[in-house]
Design a binder for this molecule. Structure first.
Ligand SMILES: NC(=O)C1=CN([C@@H]2O[C@H](COP(=O)(O)OP(=O)(O)OC[C@H]3O[C@@H](n4cnc5c(N)ncnc54)[C@H](O)[C@@H]3O)[C@@H](O)[C@H]2O)C=CC1
Ligand SMILES: O=C1[C@@H](O)[C@H](O)[C@@H](O)[C@H](O)[C@H]1O
Length: 337
């Protein structure tokens, strides 16, 4: 049976997910879409040559009897309400990151899901589905570099719009590291400090860029993450794990080596859509398969909550300049199954 999807938010990633669910992946079809920009939603369907119902209100998508499962790809502040509504309707929901704007908001989703009695929520953390991150994790789990001691990471975007502010470096960008680093190291954050290097001339008044986020984990591992969202040269994700016996690095995306004009070069991607294109395919195929199988297994509402607990501490650290504690409550039994 084909899973009938409703998609809320037909912007950049909404269009990508509609395309992949309709034209690349197996077992699903998009039957309804919604965007506050209704014309934009219609234009997306036209461009992709798809037929689906268009709604001005995302809650109508969730409550439509034609929709089996929901993808939330609208702006960050809308995620919590749409995800809670999907849980209340008893429908599986794939919600893009962040699950909510605060740990408190994520907790409301966790509580609603536990109350429902069965997992319904998957968060759009795609990096655990990326082949490079999976290979890096295998090296760690196989003990090839011994116990991890330090991690050096970078999250660089070429540029961001004027609407992107200092806090979004945490809630919208670093949030990927806040999830993937827990998954990669099987550890939790204990404390965090944010320091600001000299500001790039390419930023604007409401965005301090770059930022360096320094963590200590429960196991005593030290992690530094450079978040630099106006780096100008490309979309570049770096992760180096320093272990007792060696060092492991996240592989670079494959690219042809060019020998030309007395130079040896490889290109660097500039767009997150291309950098993680395969990972998005794998994560959404897993969501579709899991909904068919009746049991979600991907990044959970608890993972969304854990990332937001760390994000809240980072936001505090952005303003205080001092080391802030990350207070992570124990994982409920519900998420151990
Ligand atoms: N997993 C990942 O790597 C990525 C995740 N994202 C996340 O996906 C979400 C969307 O990001 P983008 O597509 O880049 O933004 P965007 O601005 O291109 O698209 C967002 C769309 O949501 C619509 N929207 C806003 N409020 C709405 C509402 N109440 N109901 C229906 N539609 C509404 C907007 O009109 C817009 O068309 C964000 O939460 C972002 O954090 C974005 C890019 C990559
Ligand atoms: O989620 C994403 C964007 O919203 C965010 O703004 C970028 O920094 C991330 O790299 C991208 O994956």
């Amino acid at each position: 049976m084909t899973l009938k999807l409703g998609v809320i938010g037909t912007g950049a990633i909404g269009q990508e997910h509609i395309r992949r669910c309709s034209k690349v992946l197996q077992g699903a079809t998009v039957v309804a879409v919604s965007d506050i920009n209704v014309d934009g939603a219609r234009e997306t369907l036209r461009r992709l040559d798809l037929q689906a119902e268009v709604y001005a209100d995302g809650f109508e998508v969730i409550n439509s009897p034609d929709v089996d499962a929901v993808l939330v790809t609208s702006w960050d502040p809308t995620h919590e309400a749409f995800t809670l509504a999907a849980v209340a309707a008893g429908k599986p929901v794939f919600c893009e990151k962040p699950l909510a704007l605060s740990a408190e908001g994520c907790r409301r989703i966790v509580d609603a899901e536990i109350e429902h009695g069965k997992r319904l929520v998957q968060v759009g953390f795609m990096r655990p589905y990326d082949a490079g991150y999976r290979a890096l994790k295998k090296v760690i789990v196989d003990g090839e570099i011994g116990e991890p001691l330090m991690l050096h990471c970078a999250h660089r975007n070429p540029t961001v719009p004027e609407s992107y502010t200092t806090d979004m470096a945490i809630t919208s960008t670093l949030i990927h590291e806040l999830d993937v680093l827990r998954w990669l190291t099987d550890d939790d954050f204990k404390s965090v400090q944010v320091v600001y290097p000299r500001v790039t001339s390419k930023t604007h008044a409401r965005l301090k860029d770059p930022q360096i986020v320094l963590f200590e984990t429960q196991k005593g591992v030290r992690i530094d993450v450079e978040v630099f969202v106006n780096c100008a040269y490309g979309y570049d994700i770096q992760c180096e794990v320093v272990g007792e016996n060696g060092i492991a690095r996240l592989p670079e995306p494959s690219s042809v080596q060019l020998r030309k004009d007395a130079r040896l070069s490889t290109s660097i991607l500039t767009d997150w859509k291309d950098r993680f294109i395969d990972a998005y395919d794998v994560e959404l195929q897993a969501f579709i398969n899991d909904v068919h199988a009746g049991q979600l297994t991907g990044p959970s509402a608890w993972d969304g909550f854990a990332a937001s607990v760390a994000a809240d501490a980072c936001l505090k650290a952005q303003n205080s300049g001092i080391i802030e504690t990350v207070e992570m409550p124990p994982r409920p039994e519900f998420y151990n199954r």
